[in-house]
Design a protein around this ligand. Structure first.
Ligand code: BGC
Length: 374
């Protein structure tokens, strides 16, 4: 299995040149074995929940339906453990219509593709339109609704997930083979590594859609969280949240998080709330920001290989979701997402970096959410 992982993730997990700033390091120290529990079934296929623990106070739980992170349990400043992600009590929650991608992997293309179509050379491809005539998060049955093959990796708190998306699925060309490894590191980092290969040119943009609330349910919104993003610019959007194609500076706007700022400070000056792609001007895997909840003392840094992050403040949450964990009320701004990604709608935006993966090439992305106390 180690051989499989290394060949799948060559250039990422195995030959990683490493981040330029200090981020989580893996440890070879023994960690508790991954526990597996039944978690219901989808269309007759069993779903399991995998519990990753590092023996250092942090626990991450993942199900192989959608590769969903159901729990990230970390201690607060008083040593009390709590789940810092929005979640449901059971699979029925994750399966309900309108589940806004709680904890899911997202693919084949995260965020929106305008008018649910794009061209590669002369050929036009039409996608399933699931969001105001646009395509959102991979379409009607994106990677968030797939049953992934899960394999706990020996000797580490790592879970390998694999999914093959057939040629033509949701309108996308080419058979896409995707692998994701979730690793809980010895120093309380959650590392997510993605790899994809294709047999025909196709757009690829993979991410994870976890909603964080670092208060672990004590605070009903994330407005008191303090966010910092090393992002000098962002991609403005139209009324349908489709990028205009411009990349504009954040300086002097409510989008400026280059210095740490309370999320609630300027949110009222952004129509609908934050739901935009911030642009990092850097190369390779680097620490690009942090999130802090003063109430609990929980602090999380964000490191990524990606050029952008969708910072979304749960603007569409309205308390209507069923099966929420312990009956929690998830209203507007109950959680926030930091979806590391390539830019939305890139297949239709000539001014954005190219996101078309070609046969023989390898898509990779790495993101680390690193937890501590301040
Ligand atoms: C999008 C939002 C969307 C949410 C849930 C985010 O990534 O940017 O517009 O409502 O996902 O689907």
């Amino acid at each position: 299995m180690t051989i499989v992982t290394c060949s799948l993730l060559a250039g990422s997990a195995c030959n990683n040149a490493g981040p330029k700033k200090s981020v989580a390091e893996d440890s070879t120290a023994a960690v508790p074995a991954i526990e597996v529990q039944p978690y219901g079934e989808v269309d007759g296929e069993p779903v399991s929940q995998y519990t990753l623990a590092n023996g250092k106070g942090m626990i991450v739980k993942v199900i192989n339906y959608g590769g969903i992170i159901t729990d990230i349990i970390t201690p607060d400043k008083d040593g009390n453990a709590g789940n810092v992600v929005l979640s449901y009590d059971s699979l029925a929650g994750y399966r309900q219509k309108g589940n806004p991608y709680f904890g899911t992997l997202v693919g084949r293309y995260a965020n929106r593709i305008a008018k649910a179509r794009f061209n590669i050379d002369a050929a036009e491809y039409k996608l399933a339109a699931n969001n105001n005539g646009n395509s959102l998060h991979g379409g009607l049955k994106g990677f968030d609704k797939a049953i992934w093959k899960a394999t706990p990796l020996p000797g580490d708190s790592s879970l390998l997930l694999e999914h093959t998306s057939p040629d033509g699925e949701e309108g996308y060309p080419g058979t896409l083979q995707a692998q994701v490894i979730y690793t809980l590191t010895a120093n309380n980092g959650l590392k997510i590594e993605y790899v994809a290969t294709t047999d025909k040119p196709t757009p690829v943009n993979l991410t994870n859609h976890t909603y964080f609330n670092l208060s672990a349910g004590k605070d009903s919104t994330i407005l008191n969280h303090v966010l910092q993003l090393d992002a000098p610019s962002y991609t403005p959007v139209d009324a349908q949240l489709i990028p205009t194609g411009k990349i504009e500076p954040v300086k002097g706007t409510p989008m400026d998080f280059t210095t740490a700022k309370r999320v609630g400070d300027d949110i009222g000056n952004v129509k609908g709330g934050y739901d935009h792609n911030w642009v990092f001007e850097k190369e390779g895997l680097q620490t690009v920001g942090s999130l802090y909840d003063p109430g609990s003392g929980r602090f999380m840094t964000l490191a990524t290989s990606e050029p952008g992050v969708q910072f979304y403040t749960g603007n569409f949450l309205d308390g209507s979701l069923k099966f929420t964990r312990n009956g929690a009320y998830y209203g507007k701004n109950a959680g926030l997402c930091l979806e590391t990604q390539r830019f939305p709608d890139s297949p239709n935006q000539p001014s954005f970096p190219n996101t078309i993966l070609k046969p023989g090439a390898r898509y990779t992305q790495t993101t680390i959410y690193q937890f501590s106390i301040k």
